[in-house]
Every structure is written in C-alpha cells, then in structure tokens.
Design a protein around this ligand. Structure first.
Ligand code: NAD
Length: 465
C-alpha cells in the first residue's frame, strides 16, 4: 500500500507491525521511498557546513539537552519498545536510560575530542585536527533500539556531522518517536529520521553524498552495505552478528557456571549480539553443569520470565535452526517446542551434543537456546571456540590464571570476558573481528570513527625587511 508522507509530501510504502506478546496490531507507518531518501540526503548535506561550524561546546550542550528530553519520555519510549519488540518493560526502560547516559557521555567527551601536536621542524608547528565527515547514515536494529541509536547519533552529531537515522522496521514507532523528540533540539535538517525497512536502508547507503555509514545489525546486511559503500567511497563501521563462545573450565562451581550460561543464553530471550551461543564445558564438570543449566531453563519457563521473540519470522528462523541441528544429532533436554497461543513466545531451551558443523553452532541464533558441547580439555575448548567466522566476544569461566591469560591472548574476538558473561567498564571501546564487523561502534574511539584527521604543518614565513 502507498501513502503520502505528511512531512515530505512524497509517496511512501506502508509498514505494519503487531505486538509480539499478543499478535495484536500496533499500527502502520510510511516507509520512506528512494525519492524521499534522496531529498533528505540533499537537505542533510546543505545543513552540514553550518552545523560543522558550531563550537563543539555548543554541540555538546545540545546533546545534553537531548538527553534531558529523552529522560522525560523514558516511560513512554519503554512502553513503545515493549509493544513493538516484546522486550520486558524494565529492560526496555533500562535501554532508554542507557541511551540518555550515552548522550550525556558524548556531550562531555565531544568538546574534549582533539588531535595531536606533532614533533616537526624547529620553528615550525605541526598538529592534527579531527574534522567531521559530512552526512552520516546511522542504521540501527530493534533489539536495543534507543540505546544503540543514541550512541551512534550522539557521537556523529557532537563531532559536527549531520545525521540521517534509519531505525529498524521491526520497531518503527520507537524510531519515529525518538526522532520527534530529538530532532527539534538541533537546527533544521541536522538530524532526520527515515522510517522504513531494508529498501529504505539500501536507498540511503547508495546515496553518493553519504560520507559515512554506521550500521548495527546482521552480518548479511552489513556485507551488503560494505558492497554498496565500495561504490560511493563512504567510510563504514559495522557492528554485526556474534556467535559468542562460553568456555566452562574444570574446577569452577557447576551451579555458578550454569547461572552464567543461562544469563548469557536467555537474557532478552537470546536476542543480544553478545548472547552466549556456543557452550564448551569440560568433561569433569559437564554432568553437574548440564543438570544445573536445565534447572535454570525450567525455572524461567515455569515462571513465564522470558519475553517473546520479536516476531513470527524470528521464531520460525530460530526453530528451524534447532530442528535442523536435532536432525543432525543434537539432543534437546529442555524446551525446543513452539508453545500454543498468540504472539511469538519461545521457551528457554537446552541442547547438548552440538557438533561444530550444526546450524546452532555455525550461525548466530537469535533466540533463547543454550547449545552445549562437552570437551576433554581446556585446549580443546580454546581451539573449538576459536574455529568460527564471527569474532564479537567470548567468555571463559575458570579459576586458573594461566587459562584466563591464554584465553585473553588467543581468542580471536574483539572482547574477552573472564568470569562474567556480561559487563565492562564505562569508557571502553571494542572492535569486532571477522564476520562480526569492523570499526569501533561505541565508547570514546567512536569519536575517531566519526571524524577525519587533517595534519597541518605550519612553517614560519620570511618577513620582508
Ligand atoms: P538487520 O541487519 O536485518 O537490520 C538492521 C538495520 O539494517 C535495520 O534498520 C534494517 O532495515 C537495515 N537494513 C536491512 N537491509 C538493509 C540494506 N540492504 N541496506 C541498508 N540497511 C538495511 O539486523 P536486525 O535483525 O535488525 O538486528 C539483529 C542483528 O543485529 C543480529 O545479528 C545482532 O547480533 C546484531 N546486533 C549487533 C550488535 C553489535 O554491537 N555487534 C548490537 C545489536 C545487534
């Protein structure tokens, strides 16, 4: 169906979504057409020189104001996120507040972002200056929609870029509302939201005047974006899928290890980029660990603790990965069946005997499935965990300092965690590897990604006598 967008006056396709908890319709929004995208891009380009000239301290102040506006609407955005993605309300609200915190962090860090003084010739001054890139396309997913958008949008704006944000078609009302709240804080066309799906995104990344693309989403999409950007020359950062390993070493408490595994596999119903996807447990504690993990899964299922998967399409994909793996020898100990009733719920599931070439181990699974393989030694676990095309993060649970050090040194991923599946100090930045993407997607180093360094060599003029 085609509708006329009130803001642009252009004809757009309509996207319609339903509440994954109940299957009830949430509503419909227009998806920006290629013409609307091109128009927004021209406006963004025209707004760029003016915004780039605004003092960094003023840009930081605008970001701080945006954070205050967002904070005032945290409940509304959390409720919308829950309705569109099924994320439990407290988690959804936590995501909005994380977005508020990120905007405040970049409001402070932006004005401090600087180049370097270089050691040049005597009497000369050499220095480098970070300059904004221009129009930045920010393309975001649905699984933590506000926090992820605020990080990328905030870092791009505070460094003097103009931004076109394309939120996920799986939570278009969250994206649209975020835009309605944040856009008026900035001068006209400095920040614009383009609602739509893959086609809108594809139109955006092929615009010749988009100087940079920041994509958070699946690896398949990220690869498409890199191909499009190869033709335009846009700088690309990609924070894509993960297939994170959890190594459970001999000697650790089995119940504690199982609680960590359950947290990593089942939080947000397994729909986190750094969810635990592949568990390698040492034979010495495997029986006790698997029994405790099954108990964790049953407790969640009996308590109705898990939110649904984002939609029916996601549930079908997750279940197909499971059934294909079972057909090749994996065994389901808990869960693994699609429940009756409305919505797209999926139970916490424990699967054992997962060989490396099964779909559950070979590809990212965006659902609450704890997939386990027993290993005879820590060396075997390290080798199996490393044999993967993704490279986002990995965790090792161990009481051996030597094993922790080996894991940190040898795992080919952007983030290694020891004895905690989630967590990290504020102020950190990490760079994914392999199929998980490229570039720094958060933290202080994201400011470097959003800018280009210019080196200035200033010699001394000879003065006429
Ligand atoms: P997705 O790639 O399907 O969608 C993300 C965004 O890309 C959406 O806005 C979508 O419309 C857009 N898009 C789709 N096709 C496009 C195209 N051809 N050109 C331009 N844009 C296009 O991902 P998703 O399903 O929304 O999100 C889940 C994925 O995101 C998982 O793989 C997850 O691991 C990953 N993720 C990664 C991180 C990270 O930091 N590494 C964080 C969150 C999510």
């Amino acid at each position: 169906m085609t509708v006329t967008d009130a803001r642009t006056g252009l004809d757009d396709e309509l996207i319609t979504i339903s509440d994954p908890r109940t299957g009830e319709p949430v509503g419909s929004l227009p998806a920006a057409s290629a013409t609307a995208v091109a128009d927004a891009c021209r406006r963004s380009e025209a707004a760029f020189p003016g915004w780039a000239r605004v003092a960094p301290s003023e840009r930081g102040a605008a970001l701080a104001e945006a954070a205050t506006v967002l904070e005032k609407h945290a409940d509304e955005l959390a409720a919308l996120t829950q309705r569109e993605t099924g994320k439990p309300y407290d988690d959804a609200r936590g995501g909005v507040l994380a977005g508020v915190g990120t905007l405040r962090q970049y409001a402070e860090l932006g004005p401090l972002h600087q180049g370097e003084r270089l050691a040049g010739a005597v009497g000369a001054v050499d220095y480098s200056v970070p300059e904004p890139r221009g129009v930045v396309a920010v393309i975001t997913p649905w699984n933590d929609p506000v926090a992820i958008a605020c990080g990328l949008v905030g870092a791009a704006l505070v460094t003097g870029n103009t931004v076109l944000h394309k939120p996920s078609e799986r939570c278009p009302h969250v994206g649209e509302r975020l835009g309605e709240l944040l856009e008026p804080v900035f001068p006209a066309d400095v920040l614009r939201t383009l609602t739509g799906g893959g086609e809108t995104g594809a139109a955006l990344v092929s615009q010749p005047h988009v100087a940079m693309i920041a994509h958070v989403g699946s690896t398949a999409t990220g690869e498409r974006i890199s191909r499009a950007a190869a033709l335009t020359g846009a700088h690309v950062i990609r924070e894509n899928g993960g297939n994170d390993a959890l190594i459970v070493d001999a000697g650790v408490d089995a119940a504690w290890a199982a609680s960590q595994a359950a947290l990593g596999s089942f939080a947000n119903s397994g729909q986190i980029c750094t969810s635990v996807e592949r568990i390698f447990v040492h034979d010495d504690i495997a029986d006790a660990f698997i029994a405790a993990l099954c108990a964790e899964a049953r407790e969640r299922n009996d308590g109705g603790e898990l939110g649904p998967l984002v939609d029916e399409r996601m549930r079908r994909e997750v279940h197909e990965q499971l059934t294909a793996s079972v057909a090749e020898g994996a065994r389901v100990l808990v869960g693994g069946e699609i429940p009756s009733g409305p919505g797209s719920a999926y139970p916490a599931t424990v699967v054992v005997d997962c060989a490396a070439d099964l779909p559950l181990f070979g590809e990212e699974t965006f659902g609450p499935i704890a997939a386990v393989q027993r290993v005879a030694s820590f060396e075997d676990a390290l080798a199996a965990a490393s044999a993967d095309r993704y490279g986002l993060a990995a965790t090792v649970l161990t009481d051996s300092l030597a094993h922790a050090e080996r894991a940190a040194a040898e795992l080919p991923v952007g983030t290694v965690k020891v004895n905690a599946v989630f967590g990290g100090a504020p102020g950190g930045s990490a760079e994914p590897r392999g199929a998980s993407g490229t570039g720094f997607g958060y933290g202080p180093r994201l400011l470097d990604e959003m800018t280009r360094l210019k080196v200035v060599h200033m010699g001394r003029a000879e003065v006429a006598s």
